[in-house]
Write a protein that binds this ligand. Structure first.
Ligand SMILES: [Zn+2]
Length: 112
């Protein structure tokens, strides 16, 4: 499951689009530096009880709901520090900085 969001830095107001790939961990803390000022931005995801197969989003799409009415990855919650989430209207704006954040699965890391 991927979660897409856009955040605006609390220090310099730069926006960053984030694609976050969920691993099989219940709690997933991720951090990156703002490209505008270097401030640390933290995204802490809690996916306990989340629908990891996006079944609720698929059901909504099949029921004829539009993209604005369908929020993928329902059930995952997150907290942001150092920035504020801003809405994504029609997908990622290519003019905005982008980060791709992923943690490995716990069983994959055990083999390293
Ligand atoms: Zn910044």
């Amino acid at each position: 499951m991927n979660i897409n969001l856009c955040v605006q830095c609390d220090e310099c107001s730069s926006k960053t689009n984030c694609r976050v790939g969920m691993s099989n961990r219940d709690v997933q803390p991720l951090k990156f530096s703002c490209k505008g000022c270097g401030s640390l931005i933290s995204l802490d995801f809690d996916v306990r009880g989340a629908d990891t197969l996006d079944n609720r989003a698929i059901e909504a799409i099949l029921a004829g709901k539009g993209p604005k009415d369908v929020r993928l990855n329902q059930g995952a919650t997150h907290k942001i520090s150092g920035a504020t989430e801003v809405p994504i209207e029609r997908g990622f704006d290519p003019g905005i900085d982008f980060v791709d954040l992923h943690l490995g699965r716990v069983d994959e890391l055990a083999q390293v």
